[in-house]
Design a protein around this ligand. Structure first.
Ligand SMILES: Nc1ncnc2c1ncn2[C@@H]1O[C@H](COP(=O)(O)OP(=O)(O)O)[C@@H](O)[C@H]1O
Ligand SMILES: [Mg+2]
Length: 276
């Protein structure tokens, strides 16, 4: 299964979500590959690299193969294709290559590669590289912070981007279902009111195209602390403040990936979780 984390804005939490979902699923015993499809290589260095491959994203796209493009992170079972295109040359390459926008999709679907889950992180700007990331996915996940929750903005941005790509279905690359998660919410905001507004707006503009997840992820310092410590937030959870963040991450993963078994990691990674 391929999940692409996307938005039409930067700084909304895409990379944080990608890295933490990857870390959680790997700790649950799955083999997970993350692909850093952002020119700014934030995901590439989110966790320490244990073994660095010769190549990265550029090779994956231009050659259409994962071979020699997969680096191992310090988390067992979690690999990453690093972003190695600082000049942004790939955007141009995709634009001028007939199958450019679907090359990533086909490269990640070549079997067997042995991964249970592939997570693609994208840049928060419309362009050919973002298109390639979106078109690779079975399922799209978009963090939506409360400040961009006005109905019009949501539909103008994300839903419009997806509408533009829908004709790609004729070329064998249908756009995956979009799940939006209300993300980095502060305590002053009423989650239910926002979720309801978002659902209504999405439904009015594109009925059935988007599902707003029940799980809401609050803003919490634990996410930043875990990032600084270069560990997923569920591993940070044994510290006092990480607990709620970890619970939300797990709830989000369960809702998005109901077929995946997360019992291992919740039992082992969060000491004292069952102690009230
Ligand atoms: N749940 C959260 N609570 C508080 N801060 C967060 C949370 N998630 C992410 N952040 C912070 O928000 C900033 C942007 O996140 P990032 O994942 O880099 O966004 P994007 O990849 O969409 O640009 C980072 O400084 C990150 O540490
Ligand atoms: Mg990012």
């Amino acid at each position: 299964m391929i999940v692409t984390v996307c938005s039409t804005k930067g700084g909304v939490g895409k990379t944080t979500l990608t890295a933490n979902l990857g870390g959680l699923l790997a700790d649950a015993g799955y083999r997970v590959l993350m692909v850093d499809a952002d020119v700014q290589p934030t995901l590439s260095s989110y966790y320490p690299i244990e073994r660095r491959a010769k190549f990265g994203l550029h090779h994956l796209l231009t050659q259409g193969t994962l071979e020699e493009a997969v680096s191992a992170t310090s988390i067992p079972g979690l690999d990453v294709v690093v972003s190695d295109d600082p000049e942004g040359a790939l955007e141009n390459w995709i634009l001028h290559t007939p199958d450019g926008r679907v090359r990533l999709r086909h490269a990640l679907r070549a079997r067997p590669h042995g991964y249970d889950l592939v997570l693609v992180d994208t840049q928060g700007a419309v362009g050919p590289l973002q298109d390639a990331g979106v078109l690779a996915a079975d399922v799209l996940l978009s963090p939506v912070p409360p400040e961009i929750l006005s109905a019009r903005e949501f539909s103008r941005g994300l839903l419009a981007m997806l509408e533009r790509l829908r004709p790609m279905a004729h070329l064998g690359a249908p756009v995956g279902h979009l799940y939006a998660v209300i993300y980095r919410m502060d305590r002053t905001v009423d989650a239910r009111r926002i979720a309801d507004g978002l659902r209504a707006a999405a439904f009015a503009d594109a009925p059935g195209a988007v599902t707003i997840l029940e799980t809401v992820v609050p803003a919490a310092v634990a996410w930043r602390e875990a990032a600084t410590a270069r560990v997923p937030v569920h591993r940070w959870a044994s510290r006092r403040r990480g607990h709620e963040a970890a619970e939300r991450l797990i709830a989000l993963a369960r809702e998005l990936l109901p077929h995946m078994d997360l019992s291992v990691s919740t039992e082992t990674a969060i000491p004292g979780r069952n102690v009230s």
